[in-house]
Design a protein around this ligand. Structure first.
Ligand SMILES: Cc1cc2nc3c(=O)[nH]c(=O)nc-3n(C[C@H](O)[C@H](O)[C@H](O)COP(=O)(O)O)c2cc1C
Length: 189
């Protein structure tokens, strides 16, 4: 049974809903899943630190990274976390773990691809094995899976006044979670 850690930042809860959907998908495929929220309180003088989260990520078979798209890229809080893991990169401590990513933003595009590209490059620097959505778009309306036609990772979009993410985006995140779990199972063989 693979261990999957989902690490994400979310200010107003939408990205958290995506993270929970990824967890649901991975759990349904037999993985043991833990969720880890990056919070600003763990950043001092620009430096993120949380030994409990780092230990959970170090012991996982797969790490799924998630952040809202801010100004066309990572949220600053998430970048502080990514940079704080530079020491792990130096030791190649996450080499051969499965990696995947997701982002949420308000704009239909909102430049979300840049965020996912950044997450995948970070995973490549760590020597991880990147897993995409591998699912065709069902259509472009909110109830359709992969309606934003994203393959590098799961994209979700909703307005700030929309309390819950749409069913299609939620389902897309579930699909990604399942795929990460299946990939981790095969990779662990
Ligand atoms: C500083 C800031 C920058 C943002 N930049 C973008 C952006 O470039 N593209 C976009 O579509 N939405 C942008 N947004 C909207 C956020 O993506 C949206 O608030 C976020 O995805 C909500 O996620 P959360 O509820 O998990 O915090 C921005 C929001 C903030 C606060």
């Amino acid at each position: 049974m693979p261990k999957i850690a989902i690490v994400y930042f979310s200010a107003t809860g939408h990205t958290q809903q995506v993270a929970e959907a990824v967890a649901e998908g991975a759990t349904s495929a037999g993985a043991t899943v833990t969720l880890h929220r990056i919070v600003g309180e763990d950043i001092t003088n620009g430096r993120w630190s949380n030994d409990t989260i780092v230990a959970a990520l170090n012991s996982a078979d797969a790490i799924v990274f998630g952040t809202p798209t801010y100004m066309g890229g990572y949220a600053g809080q998430f970048k502080a976390f990514i940079d704080a893991c530079g020491g792990i990169w130096y030791q190649q401590g996450w080499k051969d773990k499965i990696g995947a990513g997701f982002t949420h933003s308000q704009g239909l595009s909102g430049d979300k691809l840049n965020t996912l590209t950044g997450l995948s490059i970070n995973a490549m620097q760590h020597g991880m094995i990147w897993v995409g959505t591998a699912t065709m778009p069902e259509g472009a309306t909110p109830e359709k899976t992969n309606r934003l036609s994203s393959y590098t990772g799961a994209m979700a979009q909703s307005n700030m006044d929309q309390p819950t993410i749409g069913s299609g985006d939620r389902q897309t995140a579930i699909i990604l979670g399942k795929r990460v779990a299946e990939a981790a199972k095969r990779w662990n063989k």
